[in-house]
Design a protein around this ligand. Structure first.
Ligand code: SPV
Ligand code: MG
Length: 288
């Protein structure tokens, strides 16, 4: 676990931008661990995994509102860690109550997580990509900074990253508020700043990046381009983003494929018709 904790920091020292993909179970962890390609003589792979509250909830058929508790998520995470070596960034929602935070941080650190993302929302959690954000509240800057400091004090390893996630743009609080928070969170010890946006294009996120890159308290920035997915990694990197998280894509790829297979078996009342679209049994056996 200790060497895995340090791996993200080492990757950030050696790469322009660190490429992270969502893993919601051991099988998806193995895909991320093993997939290696070359394109135009360039070697390509994912650098690590995102443990997403959304997909961890979805695979359990529950809403992304912390109905799935941390203990359950850590059991799933441990299964992924059992069969992989790449670093993991854990989506900790708002980190829960400040009094409980040290135990969450220590538990995740002991498991081998490299970075923990804590977001500045309070109250019943709603996924940030939901259209209707009514009733969602943002924490005060003062309170959230206390949380960040507590998280920082609780960890043992200096290499474990505490990433502060700003929801100002999601909640319509504006760019000024986002920058003010980024500066405050950075000063409170966040190792990186995740600025979230659900705009269809990257204008908003790049406008934030341009401003924060010039700030005296600049820290590496993290992007989750789920809605503004046209942006290339190189353009994120150019603007000061050091980590890109593809937060839900393996689940979104698997779900329609599974529904389609189930439908075809039902319609044809046999499975022969979908054989061509399936992995062979051999492929599955050899994978594990
Ligand atoms: C997640 O993957 O659970 C995230 C990213 O927190 S988002 O769904 O965009 O809020
Ligand atoms: Mg989440």
């Amino acid at each position: 676990p200790e060497s895995r904790v340090s791996r993200l920091k080492r990757l950030l020292q050696s790469k322009n931008i660190v490429r992270i993909l969502e893993a919601h179970n051991s099988l998806t962890g193995l895909i991320i661990e093993n997939l290696k390609l070359t394109k135009n003589q360039k070697f390509l792979e994912f650098d690590g995994m995102w443990s997403s509250s959304l997909t961890d909830s979805a695979i359990r058929g529950k809403p992304d509102n912390q109905s799935v508790d941390y203990s359950t998520r850590i059991i799933g995470l441990t299964e992924i860690l059992d069969v992989t070596n790449k670093p993991v960034i854990f989506d900790a929602d708002n980190g829960g109550r400040i009094e409980h935070l040290p135990y969450l941080i220590r538990g995740l650190e002991r498991a081998g997580v490299s970075a923990i993302v804590i977001e500045d929302k309070i109250g019943l959690k709603k996924n940030s990509l939901f259209k209707n954000q009514s009733g969602v509240k943002q924490d005060s800057i003062e309170n959230f900074c206390k949380k960040l400091k507590k998280a920082k004090e609780s960890k043992l390893s200096s290499d474990l990253f505490i990433i502060a996630r700003i929801e100002s743009l999601i909640l319509g609080k504006g760019m000024k508020d986002a920058i003010k928070r980024a500066e405050a969170y950075s000063r409170s010890g966040a190792n990186a700043i995740l600025i979230h946006s659900k705009k269809k294009n990257s204008r908003e996120i790049l406008s934030f990046a341009k401003k924060f890159a010039k700030n005296k308290y600049y820290k590496p920035m993290v992007a989750i381009p789920s809605t503004y997915s046209k942006i290339y990694e190189k353009d994120l990197a150019k603007n000061g983003f050091r980590i890109v998280i593809y937060a839900n894509h393996l689940l979104r790829a698997a779900y329609p494929a599974m529904v389609d297979a189930a439908k075809k078996i039902l319609i044809n009342q046999r499975s022969f018709d979908i054989e061509k679209k399936l992995s062979s049994i051999d492929e599955v056996i050899n994978l594990i």
